[in-house]
Design a protein around this ligand. Structure first.
Ligand code: FAD
Length: 362
């Protein structure tokens, strides 16, 4: 009989982990989550993400390995599986010397390097020439990235899970070990994979005090700049940023944003929204007809998401909690999509190890 696994959480981390486990054909899997694709909620980060692939990991960390391992799968999806809602996009990254040491500057520190560690991972990495730099910037790079339409990609991940036999159900658990009793077979699961993101701060049995939110505010518009662009900082505030991501398949264009640590506010700040839109047009004037301002942006929605950050980096580990084998895969901060396959592969290896150990003991 296949080992019974419950994956707790249906964000990009839970669904990717469930999919890799299901594809192996070795497990009988239930996904349990409070929020599912289709929901927009402050407790659910995944739908709010841009989302694109802009590596930010420090070399030599597990995050670097996860970002590195994720690119080939994203490139395969963008090339061969249009139904997933992921497309290739050229991206430009601009660097301003004055942003070094700010919250946004630290976030972008690896991304803006001219000899970035990922220069041989992504296609077409090159330095921008002086003539390509907008006023006020000191350098820049460009490469081919991908952009997800999260409104298509998350349902696609769910459908892939269903196709591979995963049972997906709503549920709210108070204690992580409780999830073992929610397997669709009605029998106790052999293992729980914890992919609860920011929920791991309060989930009994985990209560990881290293987890904290980093608030991101976005404006989703219909305008199309035909490129993705980011800058290492703004003159408005050290924790604000300017980035533009054009989503696949009619998903609109994401204008961001900010990285406000320990800020739980779920409602968009109208003043920040105006700054975001103004900065986006300054950076990419082609977003609107010549001479026009933010009144020429066609707004689909304002949004706020909380990135599930974790001091010390994301947690992909195994442990036994109240007699239940648990594999953690949470704390993906602002890089849950671009680390999704690498982290899920690592979680899959731990599931295998944990079940082998549990069975060896029987
Ligand atoms: P979540 O999506 O938050 O999912 C958590 C799941 O756990 C949910 O289903 C929830 O209901 C469930 N859950 C939690 N607690 C419980 C409980 N007690 N019982 C039952 N279910 C529970 N990343 C990128 O890679 N590229 C980007 O360009 C990018 N841009 C971003 C822009 C913004 C504005 C934001 C906010 C984030 C961005 N991110 C980006 C980060 C990315 O969105 C997150 O890292 C990722 O979504 C985290 O996914 P997750 O599955 O770990 O968590």
């Amino acid at each position: 009989m296949s080992p019974k696994v419950v994956v707790l959480g249906a964000g990009v981390s839970g669904l990717t982990t469930a999919l890799l486990l299901a594809r192996s054909g070795e497990y009988d899997i239930t996904v349990i989550a409070k929020h599912m694709p289709g929901d927009y909620d402050i407790e659910y980060a995944s739908p709010w993400a841009g989302a694109n692939y802009l590596p930010v990991a420090t070399p030599g960390t597990p995050s670097e390995a996860y970002e590195r391992a994720t690119w080939p799968e994203l490139a395969r999806i963008a090339k061969d599986l249009p139904e997933a809602g992921v497309h290739f996009q050229e991206t430009v990254i601009y660097r301003r010397a004055k942003d070094v040491g700010t919250a946004t500057g630290d976030w972008f520190a690896e991304l803006i390097k001219e000899d970035a560690w990922f220069k041989d991972v992504v296609p077409n990495f090159r330095l921008l020439s002086k003539s390509e730099l907008p006023e006020g910037t000191d350098g820049g790079t460009s490469f081919t990235s991908v952009c997800f339409n999260t409104a298509l990609y998350l349902p696609w991940l769910t459908s892939q899970c269903l196709k591979h036999g995963v049972i997906v159900r709503r549920g709210i658990v108070k204690h992580v070990a409780e999830a073992a009793s929610l397997h669709h077979s009605g029998r106790r699961a052999d293992l729980v994979v914890n992919c609860t993101g920011l929920g791991s701060l309060k989930l009994d049995g985990v209560k990881d005090s290293a987890v904290y939110p980093a608030r991101g505010q976005i404006v989703l518009v219909r305008n199309d700049p035909h490129v993705m662009a980011s800058v290492s900082g703004t003159d408005d505030s050290p924790d604000e940023a300017t980035y533009i991501m054009h989503r696949a398949a009619g998903g609109g264009c994401i204008l961001g944003g900010c990285l406000q640590k320990d800020n739980w506010e779920s409602q968009p700040d109208p003043n920040l929204a105006i700054r975001i839109m103004k900065r986006a047009i300054e950076l990419c004037p082609q977003l609107v007809p010549e001479g026009k301002g933010i009144e020429a942006l066609s707004i689909i929605r304002h949004g706020v998401g909380l990135r599930p950050m974790r001091k010390g980096g994301m947690r992909v580990e195994k442990e036994v909690i109240d007699g239940v084998a648990v594999v953690h895969n949470y704390g993906h901060g602002g890089y849950g999509y671009q680390t999704s396959y690498g982290a899920a592969q690592a979680a899959e290896r731990l599931v295998k190890e944990a079940l082998h150990l549990t069975r060896a003991k029987l």
